[in-house]
Design a protein around this ligand. Structure first.
Ligand code: SF4
Length: 441
């Protein structure tokens, strides 16, 4: 989501007369789009800002945005290093905000083509409607909503980004149509909880009347109808909102890829309750069973992938409770898991809980789960051997091509062919390792 926000900020700044510096040390204006999900991400932002001030300049103007920008303790800590703090929850007002505030920046040239006096442009423009400056020529992130209403007890997102707001479906579809016409091959729909997407009054096709409500399943169905050979991915889903009908739709649509990221966070029901996740481990496993059943039914011989997020060392998590995370990993047979060692985030409910699992024990628990993941990932990868699968080529190195499968597995391709970057090809898988596949064209 931060990458996507940054692409829109970059696009706006270019239109406003800025040009991209070759590196951050050459910049007059540096915007740090920070992540506050873990302490390590936070520390990285501080060190980058401190280094920029120290190494180069006192004269560079530094704006901090992202999840850290509206925290009082961060503003106090960084007040001598950062010129302006822009809370991410106000990002919809970014255009007006930056125009007003950048005028205070010395030598800051702000000219929007076609607008004589930009400071008088006070209209509240939704930042999501800004055409982004996509970093890639064939993969694009498309935000469909922002914010979250769930308030998981460890999570900073609802505090930083505010409540859930869905983007109008017609705007999303128009953006994707434009991307596909420019040759984009992989569209990743973004939202903190895409399953709860809802857009009301926007007509998107003949089959949908303007007064109809468009939910996530309908949105996917409409995007799937856009002509062209492209892949649709989406992140993130919430197990409590992954309904039977949504699973049935997702697993049927041809352009929607066979990869679902479904964060479980913990295997123990008491820990899940204190995390405020609003489901049990039984419910979660039931969702996986349904997903697997529908993939098998709808996409014959289909290779599908399930990934997840798990937090280790949540306050009060005992060894016995952690053992339930081990069990759910064994049962789920994940292809990938993003582990997080719990770190308290200011403003959240868990901030006030006693962080009583030591760093050493958190690292041990992560290691235990990672060992399970290595086994399930390798076993899943072996299912690809001998199969012909679609691959989107991302780069070339030392005569080999590297890309991703529809299920987001890394694959190295050996071929004598040239000019494959950005193309979807069909390759035969010849080797399967824990994290990577190899194949030939
Ligand atoms: S659903 Fe995701 S974004 Fe929302 S509060 Fe929970 S963890 Fe955070």
């Amino acid at each position: 989501m931060n990458i996507s926000d940054s692409e829109r900020i970059a696009s706006f700044l270019e239109n406003a007369g800025f040009s991209l510096a070759n590196n951050v040390e050459d910049a007059n204006l540096a915007i740090f789009n920070t992540c506050g999900i873990k302490q390590t991400a936070e520390n990285r932002a501080y060190s980058m800002i401190n280094n920029l001030r120290k190494e180069k300049k006192q004269d560079v103007k530094i704006i901090m945005t992202g999840c850290l920008a509206n925290r009082a303790d961060v503003q106090k800590r960084m007040k001598n290093k950062v010129d302006l703090f822009f809370p991410i929850k106000d990002i919809k007002d970014f255009e007006n905000w930056i125009i007003e505030n950048c005028l205070e920046i010395e030598n800051c040239k702000l000219e929007i083509p076609g607008q004589k006096n930009i400071s008088s442009n006070q209209e509240n423009i939704n930042y999501l409607s800004i055409t982004p400056k996509n970093l890639s020529r064939y993969q694009a992130y498309v935000p469909i909503m922002t914010g979250c209403n769930n308030f998981c007890s460890y999570c900073v997102v609802p505090h930083a980004r505010g409540r859930e707001v869905s983007r109008p479906a017609n705007e999303i579809i128009l953006e994707i149509r434009n991307l596909i016409s420019q040759g984009y091959k992989q569209i990743t729909l973004l939202g903190q909880n895409v399953n709860s997407y809802k857009s009301k009054v926007h007509k998107v096709s003949k089959s949908i009347k303007s007064e109809d409500e468009i939910d996530f399943a309908k949105l996917l169905t409409e995007i799937n109808k856009i002509p062209g050979n492209f892949w649709i991915h989406f992140v993130s889903s919430h197990p409590k909102d992954m309904s039977d009908s949504l699973i049935e739709t997702v697993t049927k649509l041809k352009k929607v890829c066979e990869w679902i990221h479904l964060p479980v966070q913990a295997g123990n029901d008491e820990v899940l309750r204190r995390m405020n996740r609003k489901y049990t481990s039984k419910h979660y496993l039931g969702r996986l069973k349904k997903i697997k059943k529908e993939f098998k039914k709808n996409k014959l011989d289909c290779l599908y992938a399930i990934s997840s997020d798990i937090i280790v060392g949540f306050p009060g998590e005992t060894r016995a409770q952690f053992a339930d995370s081990e069990k759910i990993m064994q049962k789920s047979k994940f292809d990938m898991v993003f582990f997080g060692q719990f770190s308290p985030r200011p403003g959240t409910v868990a901030w006030k809980m006693k962080d009583n699992v030591s760093q050493k024990e958190k690292a041990r628990r992560e290691n235990v789960l990672n060992e399970i993941l290595k086994k399930t990932s390798l076993a899943n990868n072996k299912k690809y051997l001998g199969k012909k699968i679609e691959v989107l080529i991302e780069k070339e190195k030392n005569g080999n091509f590297f890309g991703k499968t529809r299920t987001m597995r890394n694959i190295k391709i050996t071929t004598t062919k040239k000019d494959l970057i950005g193309k979807i090809i069909k390759a035969k898988v010849t080797k399967a390792e824990t994290w990577n596949l190899e194949g030939v064209l």
